[in-house]
Write a protein that binds this ligand. Structure first.
Ligand SMILES: [Zn+2]
Ligand SMILES: [Zn+2]
Length: 755
């Protein structure tokens, strides 16, 4: 496994195969080592192991007690635990008849169960099992299932405006079809609206929860008037599964009441989105956060007032935390923005940061460690970039705090980050250990006795209206169950297998990205921002052509105009009472507006008149860009054949208008119509996106307010672009909650047995 393990470390796998006798060279001793703080001591020709490595998802997990015991208890030929597991798995592949149903792939399906069915494209189909047919003779194919199909309200074009576009809202139909059992993806729950009293909380509990209010004669709805309102008795449910779902709901409610949230530290908090998004699960609370930028740390504090925020360098806070823990006198560090500001006594703010956190205060570390040196968008790759060392800071925090859980985020480019590389030209590095960053991270975590799994997550797969891939790692201390990576809940048509090629030759695919499997459709730009107020920038040079002037005047009747002036910090609307364009029409809009915003921050940054003029002259069509501008508005580099753009074959995108029915480009820190990621023109208005629109692209709730010195919009852009997309954080939090509830139930059971 190259540098992934200690030179004498082995990993158990789930592979067992036969080899030729003459390939055997001799005996070695390999023994299981109980994880401890010390490095294992083994003879120089011996080996040790403490983890199972799964070569299909790249995870390193602890070895279950049963597996260690099994190899001792049983005699040959049945003593191989791997073969037992493989045999069990193979057995599950054969459908087994059970009472009122069929068991297959580790799941049970009964008559009246609601199931997800593979689709050619888009989200999966959803149906209710009417009948399960087992083959009567050898001539018949395998098991087939007769289902009644549900329709999706969000896909109905004739849905009235007051009916929310909600992926969870289904309707009952009379359409039936027969499918092979192999098309069944898994179970989901569909209930009549009136039978779920706490609908919002129940929907939040699982992406596989749906509700229905109406029935229509068929999937092909021709009139909204053909609907019938459903009563709970109109939809039969499977007794077993409904009881199970209810028990799960009760456990979840009880768990949240009895179980204090894990206390989390974020050593590179930024605006805090990663941890605060995870808080939605109810099982984590960000109690401590370090953030070096004064503005971002104020944003964090304003949006999470109970969090202890350190506006300082994470290295210095760590140093003081370690010193304090060792009993030394701690130097009181000043807040970054108040250093050298001794005379400002009008300011009531305490100039010093709070006392550092102690290991017993923290259960969990959540960190998106700064990504500049790895970002593919960043041209300035430097071999000795200090920021690449911030991983060491995170790992030192882990070593010092020994938290139960860790959650890390980084850019995808982190995977191609080499260790010990040398500078080979201004923008290029050469040599070093391939994927050294990842190897170092895994090795350090497993050496500290953490189980780990990692993968590339696509934000659009979790309901963010944005294409954004990031690297994530989840780690759990030996003894705590390791959460899964969340699987896609939203079908996203952009093809990317999110595969990781490990340097040891394994291709891991921890995320299932195939289209037709996820329960919901992706969220569009229109879904995300159509309810925010419209406004145009004033054209700094009104057109001379009377027809076009008339056109502009017409447009101004419905869409207000705002002057975009370079000497002002922003252009648009600010404050708590900014009226929305309309009530929420989609699930995301409703979610974002659950709580009122103290400041909608629905404003753009400002530019010099020529840039404003170019923006307002881009046609109002999707994907229109600088190529549609009149030549006199071209920038030098559009027109010059030797410019970078010209040499790149006039790449589309500069001054680009987005397509409202698609998704946002990765929201980055530099929002500008001439930046690398330059499709930033609003689909309905003659201007670029506002701060609130960009926040929506990342799934921030509207109550979240960004703080920036002097209302500097670029600073807000940076906070938004650096954040973890809120829906991804929610999905990760949900996986954590699953394992915590499981562990809590198991502990409770064991406690009862002892009594
Ligand atoms: Zn075997
Ligand atoms: Zn059932």
């Amino acid at each position: 496994m190259e540098q992934l393990g200690h030179p004498q470390e082995l990993f158990l796998t789930n592979i067992c195969s036969t080899i030729e006798l003459d390939l055997i060279v001799g005996n070695v001793s390999a023994r299981y080592i109980e994880p401890s703080k010390e490095m294992p001591i083994v003879g120089h020709r011996d080996f040790f192991y403490k983890f199972i490595y799964n070569c299909s998802d790249g995870s390193f997990t602890q070895i279950p007690r049963e597996r260690l015991q099994r190899s001792h208890d049983r005699l040959a030929p049945d003593h191989c635990p791997v073969c037992v597991i493989v045999a069990e798995r193979e057995e599950e592949l054969v459908p087994q008849k059970i009472h009122h149903g069929v068991a297959w792939h580790g799941a049970k399906y009964h008559v009246h169960d609601t199931i997800m069915i593979k689709a050619q494209e888009g989200p999966c189909h959803i149906g209710q099992i009417l009948h399960i047919h087992f083959p009567q003779s050898d001539y018949e194919d395998s098991v087939s299932v007769r289902v009644k199909l549900f329709g999706r309200i969000d896909k109905l074009g004739l849905r009235p405006a007051e009916e929310l576009k909600d992926g969870r809202h289904l309707f009952v139909t009379q359409d039936e079809m027969t499918i092979p059992l192999s098309s069944v993806i898994g179970q989901c729950q569909v209930y009549v609206r009136a039978s779920v009293p706490e609908l919002e909380a129940w929907l939040e509990m699982s992406p596989y929860h749906f509700y229905a209010c109406y029935s229509f004669p068929s999937l092909n709805v021709t009139s909204w008037n053909h609907r019938h309102r459903l009563e709970p008795r109109d939809l039969l449910v499977c007794r077993y599964c409904a009881a199970e779902d209810l028990a799960e709901w009760n456990h979840s409610q009880k768990f949240l009441k009895k179980h204090k949230p894990l206390r989390a530290l974020d050593p590179f908090a930024g605006s805090g989105a990663f941890g605060l998004g995870m808080e939605e699960s109810g099982c984590v609370k960000v109690t401590h956060a370090v953030e070096i930028s004064p503005s971002a740390s104020k944003t964090m504090k304003a949006n999470s007032p109970d969090t202890v925020v350190y506006n300082q360098c994470s290295n210095l806070v760590l140093r003081e935390a370690i010193r304090a823990d060792a009993g030394f006198v701690v130097e009181r560090l000043k807040k970054i923005d108040l250093i050298g500001n001794d005379h400002d006594h009008d300011n009531e703010e305490d100039p010093y940061i709070p006392p550092p956190p102690k290991p017993e205060d923290i259960d969990c570390i959540i960190a998106g460690f700064p990504c500049q040196p790895h970002s593919r968008l960043n041209m300035f790759v430097k071999a000795n970039d200090r920021k690449s060392n911030l991983m060491l800071n995170v790992l030192s925090w882990v070593d010092f705090m020994q938290p139960k859980y860790c959650f890390f985020e980084n850019v995808r480019g982190f995977l191609s980050f080499s260790l010990k590389a040398r500078q080979a030209g201004l923008y290029r590095v050469k040599g070093g250990i391939a994927m050294g960053g990842l190897k170092f991270l895994i090795r350090a975590m497993t050496d500290m006795n953490y189980q780990v799994r990692f993968g590339i997550l696509q934000a659009a797969h979790y309901g963010a209206p944005q294409i954004r891939v990031r690297f994530f790692m989840v780690a759990a201390k030996y003894g705590s169950p390791l959460p899964e990576l969340p699987q896609p809940t939203h079908d996203f048509p952009f093809v990317d297998s999110l595969e990781i090629k490990l340097p040891v030759g394994h291709h891991i695919r921890p995320i299932w990205t195939r289209t037709g499997y996820a329960p919901h459709r992706f969220v569009t730009i229109d879904d995300a921002i159509s309810d925010l107020p419209r406004f145009d920038w004033v054209n700094p040079r009104p057109p001379t052509d009377p027809a076009r002037r008339q056109e502009e005047r017409e447009r101004a009747r419905t869409i207000p105009l705002k002057k975009c002036k370079k000497d002002r910090p922003w252009c648009g609307y600010s404050g708590r009472d900014v009226p929305y364009k309309h009530d929420p029409t989609t699930a995301l809009q409703k979610w974002c507006r659950q709580e009122p915003s103290k400041d909608l921050q629905h404003y753009t940054r400002t530019y010099e008149p020529i840039k404003v003029e170019r923006v307002v002259n881009i046609p109002m069509e999707a994907n229109a860009d600088y190529r549609r501008l009149r030549p006199d508005l071209w920038e030098w580099h559009f027109a010059n054949p030797s410019s970078a753009i010209a040499r790149a074959g006039f790449k589309p995108g500069l001054y680009g208008r987005v397509d409202k029915d698609r998704w946002f480009q990765a929201t980055v820190t530099n929002i500008d119509p001439t930046a690398k990621q330059s499709r930033v023109l609003n689909p309905y208005c003659k201007r670029i996106f506002t701060v609130r629109e960009l926040a929506r692209s990342q799934g921030f709730p509207d109550k979240f307010v960004f703080y920036a010195e002097n209302d500097h919009v670029v600073t807000m852009h940076r906070q938004i672009g650096n954040a973890v997309a809120w829906p991804v954080a929610i999905a990760i939090g949900r996986e954590l909650k699953k394992v915590l509830i499981k562990m809590w139930l198991k502990d409770r059971e064991e406690a009862i047995e002892v009594e």
